[in-house]
Write a protein that binds this ligand. Structure first.
Ligand code: HEM
Length: 127
């Protein structure tokens, strides 16, 4: 399955589209059931593309980056947390519940995920 692991573009594409769909659903005054269903399909695509990168590169990264794959493991954990917070925010918004602290945590978890992804060793390696 070379197309999944020959670069990070597919993974980037899936989470950027998911993020756009999430914001559309989050700012809409109505519940956008269709958008939320498509968004859930994208969650699965994010997990498949991220999971493929993880399986392909984790051991290699663990042996070249200070002998530790910790960043990689944390990346998966935080990536899943981002998805979790998108779901929680939309669920609470649809029920009319308060969101303040959830947005704060979402932004923090998202920034940590970006940092971990961009320091992972493959694709862009900014940090
Ligand atoms: C919405 C959630 C997510 C966001 C915003 C996100 C973001 C990113 C970013 C910015 C990169 C770096 C791409 C590059 O260097 O070119 C990346 C890479 C990666 N992501 Fe995600 N990701 C998310 C979810 C996931 C999930 C759920 C998994 C695992 C199941 C995952 C696993 C990975 C792996 C293994 C890499 C490669 C790290 C590297 O060496 O650069 N991601 N992700």
């Amino acid at each position: 399955m070379d197309f999944l692991t020959s670069g990070t573009h597919l993974h980037l594409t899936t989470w950027i589209i998911a993020l756009i769909l999430f914001f559309i659903a989050a700012v809409s005054p109505k519940k956008l059931t269709g958008v939320q269903m498509v968004l859930r399909v994208f969650y699965i695509l994010i997990i498949i593309t991220g999971g493929a990168l993880f399986l392909e590169y984790r051991d290699m990264i663990a042996s070249t980056h200070n002998g530790s794959g910790m960043t990689y493991d944390m990346k998966v954990l935080f990536g899943i947390l981002v998805i979790g917070f998108m779901e929680m925010i939309l669920a609470r918004k649809n029920k009319g519940k308060s969101l303040g602290i959830f947005w704060v945590i979402f932004v923090i978890v998202f920034l940590v995920t970006l940092y971990l992804g961009l320091s992972g060793g493959i694709g862009w390696d900014l940090f």
